[in-house]
Design a protein around this ligand. Structure first.
Ligand code: COA
Length: 260
């Protein structure tokens, strides 16, 4: 296991597991955690041995309990704006060329929920709790929550969570589409890794294109999105992975994708 001061980095085959390691602060996101997350994403971006990322929190209490409240408590608007410029981890995971899975092991609040919303798939323990409690502090979500949450759960449920600050349990998160899958807490890691390994066995070229195409659905009008999908679809035909995937099917053998 390697990593940085606030992150642990493990490799399970082609799956990299990034654990935010501040359990005593319920994994709250301070500037150091955010910078180290961006750095680990950079380090793994062009590493062909890593095909899927899993992000989680250390311990069994919190995935991420939000932005570090102590850090911004005394900030002026200008200081806060300065702290929010530059690369933002929420956007980095959303635009990442490899799938990023949020393995939600506990409280998933505020900036933690926004980090999960930036990820591609949210897999939660049945003990996890979700919410955007910023209104309790007299602020609003600032890590993309007001935009990504309604795109994922719909306007009504997003309003309900953002305006009430109410926490919901994993079953409720699953029902409204905030969690995509829920497992008993004891099985969360094994089941999430099983899912991630399955993705990691697919073509990296196809994964990159598929993520980009699905992401476009939240950004483009339907006609432009369908056009974009077609362009990516035909481009996939230029890849070794497409030749290998089709050949493997016809030859009734498992495909071995190279990511080219
Ligand atoms: N920022 C900074 N510190 C945080 C934090 C946050 N978002 N969330 C938790 N902590 C700290 C607590 O201050 C406490 O520190 P201390 O031991 O030095 O006093 C420590 O983490 C443990 O928190 P505690 O409240 O005792 O744990 P809990 O398990 O009883 O409750 C939460 C967990 C997450 C429900 C609760 O800590 C909480 O409501 N946190 C704030 C959530 C929030 O508003 N997030 C949005 C921020 S914009």
């Amino acid at each position: 296991m390697s990593g940085s001061e606030t992150l642990l980095l493990e490799h399970d085959g082609a799956v990299a597991i990034v654990t935010i390691n501040r359990p005593e602060k319920r994994t709250a996101l301070n500037a150091q955690v955010r910078a180290e997350l961006v750095a680990v994403l950079d380090a793994l971006r062009d590493d062909a041995s890593v095909r899927v990322l899993v992000i989680t929190g250390a311990g069994d209490r919190a995935f991420v309990a939000g932005a570090d409240i102590g850090e911004f408590a005394e900030r002026t608007p200008l200081e806060q704006r300065a702290a929010m410029t530059g690369r933002r981890v929420f956007d980095e995971v959303a635009a990442y060329p490899k799938p990023v899975v949020a393995m939600i092991n506990g409280f998933c609040l505020g900036g933690g929920c926004e980090l999960a919303l930036g990820c591609d798939v949210r897999i939660a323990a049945d003990t996890a709790r979700f919410g955007q409690p910023e209104v309790n502090l007299g602020i609003i979500p600032g890590g993309g929550g007001t935009q990504r949450l309604p795109r994922i759960v719909g306007m009504g449920q997003a309003m309900r969570l953002v305006l009430s600050g109410e926490l919901i349990d994993a079953a409720e998160a699953l029902r409204i589409g905030l969690a995509d899958v829920v497992h008993p807490a004891a099985d969360l890691r094994a089941r999430t890794l099983e899912f991630a390994r399955g993705m990691a066995a697919k073509s990296p070229v196809a994964l990159r294109m598929a993520k980009s195409a699905v992401r476009a659905a939240a950004e483009m009008p339907l006609g432009a999105g369908l056009h974009y999908e077609t362009e990516l679809f035909v481009t996939a035909f230029a890849s070794d992975d497409k030749r290998e995937g089709v050949a493997a099917f016809l030859e009734k053998r498992p495909a071995e994708f190279t990511g080219r």
